[in-house]
Write a protein that binds this ligand. Structure first.
Ligand SMILES: NC(=O)c1ccc[n+]([C@@H]2O[C@H](COP(=O)([O-])OP(=O)(O)OC[C@H]3O[C@@H](n4cnc5c(N)ncnc54)[C@H](O)[C@@H]3O)[C@@H](O)[C@H]2O)c1
Length: 448
């Protein structure tokens, strides 16, 4: 599957602060560091459009306006700066919190949304699409300098800083919410090593999050990212999906829906079996590498596609990652192998020319393809994830004493509330248990 000839814009270049601009100091004093305030009006319009598709979060916002559950708190969010996130931040602000935010990935920020957050919603924002690593971390520091009492992470980078450079502030944080699988893995590892100093809540593990966001959100937006970047026809192609977790199931089913022959690679025997029974071909990456037209990793693991696989791939194979960090495709090895790297053959696509003459195309620099090459999940799905986030923030903030320092689950009442609101918004009614049924389902006496 070849990518069309180069004629459009190059990949997003890494943005560094202008020399001598004193950006970090001056902008931080102004309470923001964004690309261009002039984009605010467009950003506001897109935020409002997304708001129209987020009825549960809207309802939470209305309740927050009345009840002011976050009054007096400072809330720091390190999330993908998208329209949907903007609506979460609006809800938190409406609840009385002072809200500051930065990006959870250098390539996922929507600059118009960042501008609108500052100008239209007066939310201190530190995020520029394509920011370099130093700027990415300086933005996180700017956010932490506000001394948050509640934090939200997507990948646990903020919590990580609160355990290193900003460790003196860890005791000020009542709780931190984690949005994604990779972040939860890091937090559980910290808990296991007895290194955790902040109570955290695994929002990712709420059913109202991963069942819908990871599966349907990642499934659809990943394919959208690939299609927007390359324009290739998916029907009839071989799409190799690395990992059959919540996201992998979604990506596989959407790729199949578009007519692809889907191959799944796994390391977990149960998940591999599930993929086989769902009707996909399952094989090791070494075998899949030879036949794939498009490869999508979504495992949360490193080097899922590596040098051993690059040498086996067909000319024109496309490589994309939708897992949290840019480690799933071994880009360093690919760079080392390539005799030439041609950036921006089409927007967000870099060509790697191998010594054999074959070309491999990497999308979005190996960063989350759905955010680097498209706008991330649809608002309807983020409605549930972010309503769960907001209600969990209220739950953590309203406690008389600090939560125990460990990884907590989202209370089931919150999941039920979010699911009920969403059903109501979709106009769907369900049955309720009769008293007799409730008793039957909680008893052990009756049998055959
Ligand atoms: N792109 C997005 O917007 C988005 C959204 C949600 C989650 N994520 C990220 O996607 C990743 C996966 O999340 P998930 O919820 O599906 O996790 P999950 O734990 O449900 O699934 C991951 C799967 O990958 C498999 N795996 C691990 N190493 C592998 C390897 N070397 N080869 C093949 N399979 C391997 C695991 O066995 C598991 O089945 C995480 O990094 C998560 O943070 C991204």
């Amino acid at each position: 599957m070849a990518v069309k000839a180069a004629k459009t814009k190059a990949s997003v270049p890494t943005r560094k602060p202008a020399a001598g601009s004193g950006l970090r100091g001056a902008e931080a004093e102004r309470g923001h560091d964004i690309h261009d305030l002039g984009l605010a009006e467009g950003g506001r319009r897109r935020i409002e459009w997304a708001d129209g598709q987020m009825p549960v979060l809207r309802r939470v916002r209305e309740t927050f306006i009345r009840e002011q559950p976050l009054k007096g708190m400072t809330l720091a969010a390190c999330l993908h700066v998208t329209c949907e996130t903007a609506n979460l931040l609006r809800a938190l602000k409406a609840g009385g919190a002072q809200v500051v935010c930065c990006a959870s990935n250098p390539l996922s920020t929507q600059d118009d949304v960042a501008a609108a957050l500052v100008k239209e919603y007066e939310i201190a924002t530190f995020a520029i699409r394509g920011e370099d690593r130093d700027t990415y971390y300086s933005h996180m520091r700017s956010v932490l300098k506000h001394h948050p009492s509640i934090t939200m992470d997507d990948g646990a980078d903020l919590v990580n800083l609160l355990h290193t450079e900003f460790a003196a502030q860890a005791s000020e944080v009542a709780a931190s919410m984690e949005e994604t699988t990779t972040g939860v893995i890091r937090l559980r590892a910290m808990e296991q090593d007895e290194a955790l100093r902040i109570p955290v809540v695994s929002v990712n593990d709420a059913q109202t999050k991963h069942l819908f966001d990871n599966r349907y959100g990642t499934g659809q937006s990943t394919m959208e990212g690939v299609i927007r970047a390359t324009g290739v026809l998916i029907a009839g192609s071989v799409v190799v999906v690395g990992g059959y977790g919540w996201c992998g199931r979604g990506v596989s089913s959407r790729a199949r829906g578009l007519g692809a022959n889907v191959v799944v690679t796994e390391v977990n025997p149960v998940r591999a079996l599930e993929a086989a029974m769902d009707g996909y071909q399952v094989m090791p990456m070494e075998d899949a590498a030879k036949i794939g037209d498009l490869f999508i990793t979504v495992t949360g693991d490193k080097q899922v596609i590596n040098a051993d696989h690059f040498v086996l791939m067909k000319d024109g194979a496309i490589l994309a990652n939708s897992g949290h960090f840019d480690v799933e495709i071994d880009i360093a090895a690919l760079k080392k192998m390539a005799k030439k790297v041609e950036p921006g053959v089409t927007r967000n696509v870099d060509a790697y020319h191998l010594p054999s003459g074959r070309r491999l195309y990497l999308l979005g620099e190996g960063r989350l393809v759905n955010l680097a090459c498209a706008e991330g999940h649809p608002a309807q799905v983020m409605d549930m994830s972010f309503a769960t986030q907001a209600l969990t923030a209220r739950w953590a903030a309203n406690r008389k004493s600090r939560l125990e320092v460990r990884v907590h689950n989202v209370p089931l009442e919150i999941e039920d509330e979010v699911a009920r609101f969403k059903l109501a918004a979709m106009g769907i009614k369900i049955d309720t248990l009769t008293e007799e049924q409730r008793k039957y389902l909680t008893s052990w006496e009756s049998g055959t």
